[in-house]
Ligand binder design. Structure first.
Ligand SMILES: Nc1ncnc2c1ncn2[C@@H]1O[C@H](COP(=O)(O)OP(=O)(O)OP(=O)(O)O)[C@@H](O)[C@H]1O
Length: 342
């Protein structure tokens, strides 16, 4: 697949946090691709490293994080031409290279709108800030017009009045629309949404998801959606990346992961959430055991202690990833007769 089709290519991403006492590797050899104009859902239990993976790509982590990768290639498509950016070689996470990309190319929407908005500034000014920063010649009046246009597009009612309000004057759903406006205002190609609706009630959740789907389908945006909600995955995702303890354990199309589920962890994860409702008398299952502490891991498959199909070999060395079908990758020795993925 060429760079036109792939907007983000991540290969062997590792992130380690360093404290005064020890180093803990949280993200381990993570590889995945995001197709242009498609939605990739990233799922897995709390603490498996989904946010750290995305924050490593965006270089949002603090000084105690060591980010290392073979490749973090962002392929911008502007005026029909592809331009490659190698984010793995960016030295300063807050330097001009990353700052130029964040906003006009890649943007992030976080879970809690309140922590993304500054309570003491008018929402309109917060949305305009990115525009003015990235378009040096733009006047405040022109920026205000663009913000009004964006508010209308995102379904914020009475934009002329709302633009001069403060965050506390907005409901949760409206605040999240403002956060999406901040992410969208510079027209990025790739939007990373980290559980964008977790803090919202169910009806508002559906509206925000519809908005994101519309941005993907009608504006051709590429979306990475981190979520715990398998119903949302089924509705939104073209491809799914399943993570467990900092590793990608299964990656494939929505159909691969939902209908041809291959990794024992994905199977357990799908059985533990009501995807399409349960049959009469059927109980929701839980995954036995608990996620181990990342600092206490031994060799072998991280899921071994909780896996019903574990064999002795699973506890030794690194477990390779196998291609069980076209583009369907599974990190499990059950598939060792399939070709190994690098
Ligand atoms: N700045 C940090 N310093 C040290 N450890 C961290 C830091 N940020 C995250 N971690 C650890 O990294 C692990 C993965 O966290 P992460 O937030 O990526 O999980 P997640 O899969 O996104 O979980 P959730 O679904 O709950 O958001 C956790 O064990 C967390 O404690």
């Amino acid at each position: 697949m060429d760079n036109r089709e792939i907007i983000l290519d991540v290969k062997k991403l590792n992130t380690t946090f360093v404290s005064d006492r020890r180093k803990v590797r949280i993200v381990k050899d993570v590889s995945f691709q995001v197709k242009r104009g498609k939605t990739l859902a990233v799922v897995g239990e709390s603490g498996c490293g989904k946010s750290v993976t995305m924050n490593s790509i965006m270089r949002f982590l603090g000084k105690n994080a060591i980010v290392d990768a073979e490749n973090i290639q962002y392929n911008a498509l502007k005026n029909g031409q592809v331009k490659e950016y190698h984010l793995e070689s960016v030295k300063d996470p807050n330097g001009p290279d990353m700052r130029a990309l964040r906003g006009p190319d890649m943007a992030m929407v976080f879970q809690d709108p309140m922590s993304s908005l500054n309570p003491v500034y008018k929402v309109g000014d917060q949305v305009a800030e990115g525009l003015l920063q990235h378009n040096k010649g733009m006047t405040k009046k022109e920026a205000r017009e663009k913000v009004l246009e964006m508010f209308k597009k995102l379904g914020i009612p009475d934009p002329e009045e709302r633009i001069d309000c403060y965050p506390h004057q907005f409901s949760g759903g409206m605040k999240q629309r403002v956060v999406i406006a901040i992410a969208m205002i510079c027209n990025p190609e790739l939007i990373i949404c980290d559980e964008p609706t977790t803090a919202l009630d169910v009806t508002i959740q559906a509206q925000i998801m519809e908005l994101l789907k519309d941005l993907q389908v009608n504006d051709g945006k590429s979306i990475i959606l981190i979520t715990h909600n398998m119903g949302l995955v089924a509705e939104m995702a073209d491809e799914v990346c399943v993570m467990y303890m900092g590793r990608v354990v299964e990656f494939g199309s929505l159909e691969d992961v939902f209908d041809r589920t291959s990794h024992p962890y994905t199977r357990a994860l799908l059985r533990s959430v009501p995807v399409l409702g349960l049959a009469d008398g059927q109980k929701l299952e839980t995954i036995p055991g608990a996620t181990p502490n990342p600092a206490d891991l031994k060799g072998g498959c991280e899921f071994a202690d909780r896996c019903p199909e574990c064999i002795e070999l699973c506890r030794r060395g690194e477990i390779p990833c196998y291609e069980v079908g076209p583009g369907h990758h599974v990190r499990c020795l059950k598939y060792s007769s399939c070709p190994e993925v690098e």
